[in-house]
Design a protein around this ligand. Sequence first.
Ligand code: DGT
Ligand code: CA
Ligand code: CA
Ligand code: ZN
Length: 581
Amino acid sequence: MTNKDAADLLEAFADVLELRGANQFRVRAFRTASRRVDGLIVDLSELVASDSLESVPGIGKGIAGFLRELVTTGRVAEYEELRAEIPPGVFDMLRVPGLGPKTAATLYSKLEITSIDELEAAARANELAKVRSIGAKRQERLLRELQRFRERTARHLLGDVLPLAEHLAAHVRAAPGVSEATYAGSLRRMRETIGDLDILAAADDPDPVMRHFLDHEAIDEVLASGSTKSSVLVANNLQVDLLVVPPASYGAALVYFTGSKEHNIELRHRALALGLSLNEWGLDEVETQVRRPAPGEADVYVALGLPVIPPELRESRGEIAAAADGALPELIELSDIRGEFHGHSLWSDGAASIADMVQAAQAAGYAFIGITDHSGSLQVANGLSPERIRAQRDEIEQARADVSGIRVLHGSEVEILSDGALDYDDDLLAELDVVVASIHSNFNQPREAMTARLIAAIRNPHVDLIGHPTGRMLGYRDGYEFDLDAVLTAAAETGTAMEVNASPERLDLDDVMARRAKELGVPIAINSDAHRPESLVYMRYGVATARRAWLTAGDVLNTMTPEALTAWLAQPKPRRWSPHR
Ligand code: DGT
Ligand code: CA
Ligand code: CA
Ligand code: ZN
């Protein structure tokens, strides 16, 4: 239970009281107490232990009792009882700007509206306008807010947020008096989707930093602006929070705001066992109340007897134990990547010629690149018939002659048909340098059939890797159903690689699945699946996902030299795989 958690609960209790039409003074007292608790430097538990809660201004007898119960039992009975009597959807409504507990109480009691969906339906049916305390104007405004709320609460793709975040962080870094600034939160952990963007800056005087930040042209609207924290909206209703902290707290704040919340909780427990209280300002020695400054993240981790844990691992998935054992993996880096296997050209649904794609790969510093256009049955993508893919060879040869210093692999992204057969016969597949097998049709097969379909492709002697193995599209469709472990086991047995497709709307396999693949001994290939030269930059999102999967360079095919790789691909299956470095 942190001070922040307690502050949130006080606020939530005030909402419950207000929803139930409680006395305004009592409601306000809890809101004030929430702010006080949030601003406390000492841990609430210490105030409880020393029985000095009521010495804090704004905390009277009633609230002290509330907090004492919370700290000692982890819950507050009155809160839980009152809350249980209100439908949960009513609390969701409170998150819509311009809709406070009073209005929510009216909507609930007069119109029996108990969710955001019902609220929207009622507004569209002009029912809110008829309520005297609401009216037509307010109804219209609520509809607009609802629309924006839905956009804002939708999660954003890593690939959309990261470039903007780098830009905004650089802008903040250039503000007067800023010694350091970076993005934090889920983005720094490179999660596949981002709720809101958190930016953290270190400066002694926050005011000029805030002014400089709020001046940025990308900002559409300022939601809140205080002296050390502001929240704004940028394009696509992405919320950006900027927090400015003193340089001596920067490391502690960076740990805190990078999260994840679960990682932070584990760290705090470890700190307490060492007699330290970890918070966003620094590390406090519990006994002496002396604060140890933490200007850098290393100050926090080292004090806890740990190496700095890469942000991508901070998900409470065993990283703290591994760090304590000196067993953190040496994560793959973008600079380890020597090439990739899966990309398209004008021959199927790509937007550039083979020569342009190869040139872009060479400019990216790659030592090899696979050109893998779609196969014939994928007609929507202008898939290649056996005749056309054989005819494609001339242009591949031409690109090989024209662009030096890069090995061009002629391959295919071949369809895995519904029964697990492939779109090309084995003779044709044997002629190719690299074969990616993927599913783009009939996603709704039963789990057993889909599992068998994937395993059949894996067992084909010519298939080198399975493209975007689950078929999911973020924010659009879930992956198809299949038995992941059965498929990964077949891949390990045959030495067939699984792709981490780096395209931001795929990131497939995801972090958890790719980690499982590594555990089971499956080689991993990371591919941008580029359909145009500019998309080669997607590789960074694939590498980020691989890092979240605890992968090292040795776990990934793309880090091999072209010679080693060609030798690997030339081996007949089953191929034996062990991390190559
Ligand atoms: P998001 O924005 O949903 O993609 O995910 P995050 O991880 O960026 O979460 P966010 O923006 O709510 O908060 C940023 C970080 O601040 C989070 O990763 C950990 C820390 N944090 C936020 N709220 C709490 C809290 O109630 N307790 C603790 N221990 N940490 C918190
Ligand atoms: Ca966030
Ligand atoms: Ca945030
Ligand atoms: Zn593809």
